[in-house]
Design a binder for this molecule. Structure first.
Ligand code: DX5
Ligand code: ZN
Length: 221
């Protein structure tokens, strides 16, 4: 198991003051910045691209930027995000014609690579590529929007993927994304996640530090 990471999704931040919001959440104890990229094609919403990632780096953000690509096709945007300062780049297998090639492309650009499974995507999608990955991201909502409810079947899926990762013996992170709150994160951690994305639970709270503290305490319990 890797050390716990809390990765606030800036999808729920105030975009009119994004730099400030990211500074605040990192000062409040967040470990990574989760950066949701939506293209109004692979998912029914449109968000932010490499320019915003670059702007955060220029603003002085030093923490890992965890880019979650919900775009199709994937490959042509990978070099742009690497240049813009992405640390990790994750993508959905449904959005890439050649999953293995995309993983190698991300790594060749100096980033860590993650594969994202939607709630109904079978864990078998990981089988032939798992050992090349730095991270597996399980969606516990359907991608496209913040503020949705956690889909309970994600817990059983986390346990399955935790076993696969442990069997591989590789230091692969297991990240969960969607509906994570201070009151369900303990259960999610017990099912095997070590990296937690939370958007609305953090950015809709009046005190970011208090929520992040409660989340870390529940994971450690
Ligand atoms: C959904 C995104 C998530 C989302 C999580 O497509 O990938 O990162 O912002 O938001 P919450 O934590 O509000 O479910
Ligand atoms: Zn995400």
């Amino acid at each position: 198991m890797q050390p716990t990471v809390i990765a606030p999704s800036i999808l729920s931040a105030n975009f009119a003051r994004l730099g400030e919001e990211v500074d605040r959440v990192l000062a409040a104890g967040a470990d990574w910045v989760h950066f949701d990229v939506m293209d109004n094609h692979y998912v029914p919403n449109l968000t932010i691209g490499p320019m915003v990632c670059e702007a955060l780096r220029k603003h002085g953000v030093a923490a890992p930027i965890d880019v979650h690509l919900m775009v199709e096709p994937v490959d042509r945007i990978v070099p742009d995000f690497a240049k813009a300062g992405a640390s990790l780049i994750s993508f959905h297998p449904e959005a890439s014609a050649h999953v293995h090639r995309t993983v190698q492309l991300i790594k060749a650009h100096g980033c860590q690579a993650g594969l994202v499974l939607n709630p109904a995507t079978p864990v078998e999608a990981l089988e032939w590529v798992l050992e090349d990955l730095d991270l597996v991201l399980l969606m516990s909502v359907n991608p496209g929007f913040g503020g949705q409810a956690f889909i309970p079947s994600a817990l059983a899926k986390l346990r399955r993927v935790r076993e696969m990762i442990d069997r591989s013996g590789k230091p692969i992170r297991l990240e969960i994304d969607g509906g994570v709150k201070a009151d369900n994160i303990g259960q999610i951690a017990a099912a095997g996640a070590d990296t937690f994305v939370a958007g609305s639970a953090i950015f809709n709270a009046p005190d970011y530090a208090e929520v992040i503290y409660r989340m870390k305490a529940a994971v450690a319990a």
